[in-house]
Design a protein around this ligand. Structure first.
Ligand SMILES: Nc1ncnc2c1ncn2[C@@H]1O[C@H](COP(=O)(O)OP(=O)(O)OP(=O)(O)O)[C@@H](O)[C@H]1O
Ligand SMILES: [Zn+2]
Length: 661
């Protein structure tokens, strides 16, 4: 039961909700039922059929309509006397500026992407409005409270960049199924059906043959009058047989690894099957290319089955044939789409054949699709629980009950007998470039990198600024805006193409640049350190931003609970892990390994039953993660998917570029 004090705080509050998706719908309903009377909602999307299974304010007849508006109407039907103001718009629109944010007592996020979350965080800091942030991925979720100067801001912990894999792991030494999926999807599929002119590491040839005119041709090119089945087998033999033999010839690679096995179509498929390919069942309608399916064609039905090597080989050849015979027009412009059945079949089969070669367990189409499409299925209940927790924190915020703020993790399995794990919020990270004024350092080759590289790779991609101004002392090097004079626009365009050391106000080692985003009211100083060389694989940007990743080490040590953040490559927040010692740690891979202590709340301190579980700190409520965190060093966790074949309780949450609602 709410106290009188709580009720009056709730009644008098003006609340901004950002996002009316999975979490947002639950949140709006819970806010209304909790007595909130002045709610503003921003959502830029319209309703899709795929939203209906969990966004309960929406019905089929609403498909195509604004989420914010329909959500408002749906809630007004059972709470007609409250005020709900919808905005069908992007929260990054200039209309939603600091003055707009200042009107609210609290902002509640139900977003699904890092970019928007960072933007809202900055506006809340600039407007000095408390933010309750949230995310879910499948069964996992979390709610955090951010109050300027009192708790960490949303960006106090570095957000991992999208997960990438070392090229050599993908092309030569896969050790996990996800590596085979990346190879099948991003290299093989792209080479065969996407931009066929692209060069990639699939075109391995023996060195002595490289010079001959026959071999200077692209192996992937279909020869004139080449029978499609012959072509398919040639590709099969090249990528699964010949390329593996080539790789094996480099003995050093295999000194400490299991040697892969070359697979040729004649070994994987009896002659009879090769000829029978596609003869079992004809595809439904070839008028609709999206309905074409190699599985249907081969009479294979269950996407849950793990196919044998022979079945994978059949699907591979059949899918390749179907692309060339029924979807020829698309070849050259296709990119992998998880909703494209034939593409999923091809990628599943190719990944499995490669996995078989490298002694990696094979996976079903269903699993492969999840990995390839980075899908974690949304769980409506998690969204509902998280929405409830948001409201609880919002009420504390409205009552200034700072000491009772909690960030709460929703776990998949009980830990210490608890599914909801409350934790005291972090203090602000003193080296956070967003909420403190700590300068950043950038290692960069000032004689080679252009201003454009700095703007794209650092200012936009890493610092998340949309309309940056870049200054060297009082010299303006770059800015964007609608009201710029033509000659200024030309000047800035010219500057973008100049290397840093040749800018009108040269930027060299020791220079301090000031980067500012007017809308976000964020200013950062960046100390430039000249560095000659970068490791192409580890530092593909050709520059390294250091500075804000190290959280303060001043937190109390007496607590027997610890959080260690291993931030990483993905845009998501770290994954929190509760281990046997009642320690909470967040783990992801990264190049920085900050460690700090985090206090569990009383409830969790008193908990007794040990178990293990992992929680996403940044999740995507619509059930998708854009990247799979597949840290090679973290074998105790698995990608979390519905129908997880490993049936293990120790799961890895895939890192999400987009936090789910
Ligand atoms: N910049 C933004 N401005 C306004 N709304 C945003 C912004 N970014 C994301 N959103 C909204 O946040 C909501 C997130 O909800 P959710 O994660 O459930 O995604 P969804 O798009 O509804 O689901 P799915 O992607 O699975 O179809 C979406 O409704 C989306 O429109
Ligand atoms: Zn911060």
């Amino acid at each position: 039961m709410a106290s009188q004090q709580q009720l009056s705080a709730v009644k008098g509050a003006k609340v901004l909700m950002v996002g009316a998706g999975g979490i947002g719908c639950e949140l709006l309903k819970t806010l209304a039922l909790s007595g909130f009377q002045d709610i503003h909602i921003i959502d830029m999307d319209t309703i899709e059929v795929s939203n209906l299974n969990r966004q309960f304010l929406f019905r089929r007849s609403h498909v195509g309509l604004s989420k914010a508006k329909v959500a408002r109407d749906a809630v007004l039907r059972f709470r007609p006397n409250i005020n709900i103001t919808p905005y069908h718009a992007n929260v990054k629109d200039p209309d939603f500026n600091v003055d707009f944010f200042k009107k609210f007592n609290v902002v509640l996020n139900g977003l699904d992407n890092l970019d928007a979350r960072r933007h809202v965080n900055r506006l809340c800091l600039a407007a000095d409005v408390p933010l309750v942030e949230s995310g879910t991925t499948g069964f996992l979720g979390q709610v955090t409270v951010h109050l300027k100067g009192k708790t960490e801001c949303y960006e106090c912990q570095p957000k991992p960049a999208p997960k990438t894999y070392p090229v050599c792991t993908i092309t030569s030494t896969p050790s996990k199924f996800v590596h085979c999926i990346v190879w099948a999807k991003d290299l093989l599929f792209a080479k065969l059906f996407g931009d066929t002119t692209q060069d990639n590491d699939l075109n391995v040839r023996s060195s002595d043959a490289a010079g001959s005119s026959e071999n200077s041709k692209d192996v992937f090119e279909r020869r004139k009058d080449e029978d499609i089945e012959d072509y398919g087998r040639r590709i099969f033999d090249h990528v699964f047989g010949y390329n593996i033999e080539m790789a094996l010839s480099n003995e050093d690679t295999w000194k400490n690894r299991n040697r892969p096995r070359p697979i040729y179509s004649k070994d994987a498929l009896p002659e009879k099957s090769i000829k029978q390919n596609g003869s079992v069942e004809k595809n439904g309608s070839t008028d609709d290319p999206s309905s074409v399916s190699a599985m249907a064609s081969l009479g294979m039905r269950s996407p849950q089955d793990v196919w044998s090597l022979m079945e994978n080989s059949k699907v591979f050849l059949e899918a390749l044939k179907l692309f060339f015979t029924t979807r020829e027009k698309e070849i050259g412009s296709l990119s992998f789409d998880k909703d494209d059945q034939l593409a999923v079949e091809f990628v599943t089969a190719a990944a499995n054949i490669r996995a078989s070669s490298f002694g990696i367990p094979l996976h079903s189409l269903f699993e492969a699709k999840g990995i390839a499409g980075n899908i974690v299925h949304a769980v409506a209940t998690t969204n509902a629980v998280i929405a409830g927790l948001i409201v609880i924190e919002a009420i504390k915020v409205l009552q200034n009950d700072t000491k009772n703020y909690r960030m709460t993790y929703c776990l998949e399995y009980p830990t210490k007998n608890m599914l909801l794990m409350p934790v005291e919020p972090f203090e602000p990270n003193k080296s956070c470039y967003v909420c403190s004024e700590t300068p950043l350092s950038l290692e960069i080759n000032t004689y080679q990198s252009k201003l454009r590289d700095f703007v794209e790779k650092i200012v936009k991609a890493k610092l998340g600024m949309h309309s940056p101004i870049i200054m060297h002392g009082s010299a303006l090097l770059y800015e964007v805006g609608d009201d710029l004079e033509e000659d200024m626009v030309a000047n800035y365009a010219a500057n973008l193409e100049k290397v840093l050391s040749e800018l009108p106000s040269p930027v060299t080692g020791g220079t301090m640049l000031t980067v500012e985003d007017m809308q976000q009211e964020l200013v950062c100083n960046v100390n430039i350190k000249h560095r000659e060389e970068f490791d192409e694989e580890k530092e593909p940007d050709g520059m390294v931003l250091v500075g804000w990743s190290q959280p303060s080490s001043t937190e109390k040590k007496e607590e027997n609970h610890r959080v260690s953040d291993v931030g990483t490559s993905n845009s998501s927040r770290p994954i929190a892990e509760l281990n046997e010692d009642a320690e909470i740690s967040t783990m992801e891979e990264t190049d920085v390994v900050p460690t700090k202590k985090r206090k569990l709340s009383t409830a969790s301190k008193n908990a007794t039953s040990p178990s293990s579980s992992k929680v996403p700190a940044d999740t995507d409520n619509h059930g998708k993660v854009e990247e799979i965190d597949d840290d090679d060093d973290d074998d105790d966790v698995v990608v979390m998917l519905d129908g997880n074949p490993d049936n293990t309780k120790t799961r890895r949450v895939v890192t999400s570029k987009n936090l789910c609602v």
